[in-house]
Design a protein. Structure first.
Length: 314
């Protein structure tokens, strides 16, 4: 008998929670035929929801106190914190991370378990083959993000990889040993290494509700990932500053030579001078902005604040 812990972050998902539990329970019941081999452990994490999400979790816990557990945050801390809280609460031999909206098909769980037990994998991840239901702009930006981060970072992240994955206890313990406050789980899962494989699947519609991710949040999340796993932006700032200095030096030589050949300076050149000043000032602010992003990360890390605050758990 193997215990499989399922970590399920939730934010305003009151409609999806019962559907998720019913669907996954059917899959696990099928896995236990004809001989029981899997003991499920559900870890629902309420990320400061404002609807009846917590009430739905409590109802499931009361109906299934041995298998369903929940942790409720004091406020919204974000999905990364919810993932960390869920992983820390697990006790299973295997740990799965799943979205409650059923866009992560539970039907893949039997194959995931088989790959770990029979083929010796430490982690079985998933890749969404297409992005049906998303706008073209959003799909383009998402694919561009993976190209950029894989070009800049030493850690390769599979394009279109989902958080949905099944991991061994050793794999999860290694992830939990990483103490950073700023977390980008897809990068962390790749960084720790171990023997990993991926399953592909067709995109699935949400079981209920609507997505809580907008373009601004996705862009911020992408920037977080690049900064957390690459210092290439800092190198870019260095090169931009060096090139700017070199071009300024050439411009200075040009001004001196023109002054000597024309017998003095010309007022007619003031527009180009203003443009150059604005250009250099913009480059400086750009480089300072990049540096500021990294300093802000250091600032948050040195505070040693908790990643989340649990208000209630069972």
């Amino acid at each position: 008998m193997k215990k499989v812990s399922l970590v399920v972050p939730c934010y305003n998902e009151e409609e999806s929670i019962p559907l998720f539990f019913q669907t996954v329970s059917k899959v696990i019941d099928a896995m236990n035929l004809p001989t029981p081999t899997i003991v499920p452990e559900y870890i629902f994490v309420d990320d400061g929801s404002s609807d009846n999400t917590l009430a739905e979790m409590k109802a499931l816990h009361e109906a299934h106190p041995e298998t369903v557990h929940y942790r409720s945050f004091s406020r919204n801390f974000g999905k990364e914190s919810a993932l960390a809280a869920g992983l820390q609460a697990t006790t299973g031999d295997y740990v799965a991370v799943m979205d409650v909206d059923l866009q992560d098909p539970p039907e893949l769980l039997p194959k995931m378990v088989k790959l770990i037990e029979e083929d010796g994998y430490d982690c079985v991840g998933t890749i969404q083959k297409d992005r049906r239901g998303q706008s073209r702009i959003r799909a383009f930006l998402s694919s561009s993000f993976y190209r950029v981060i894989n070009h800049l970072s030493d850690v390769r992240i599979e394009p279109n990889a989902r958080d949905y994955r099944l991991m061994t206890r050793q794999f999860v313990n290694t992830v939990l040993d990483l103490p950073e406050f700023n977390r980008f789980s897809k990068g962390i899962f790749s960084w720790v290494g171990y023997k990993t494989t991926y399953l592909t699947y067709e995109s699935q519609p949400r079981a209920a509700g609507t997505t809580h991710w907008n373009m601004r949040q996705l862009f911020s999340y992408s920037i977080e990932g690049i900064i957390d796993f690459s210092n290439a932006p800092l190198r870019l700032a260095t090169w931009v500053g060096s090139i700017s200095f070199f071009l300024s030096l050439i411009g200075l030589i040009f001004v001196v030579v023109r002054a000597l050949t024309n017998g003095g300076s010309s007022v007619a050149g003031w527009p180009s001078l203003v443009v150059i000043i604005l250009l250099i000032g913009g480059i400086q602010l750009f480089c300072l902005g990049i540096l500021g992003q990294y300093i802000s990360k250091i600032y948050l890390e040195t505070k040693h604040r908790p990643k989340y605050i649990v208000r209630e758990e069972k």
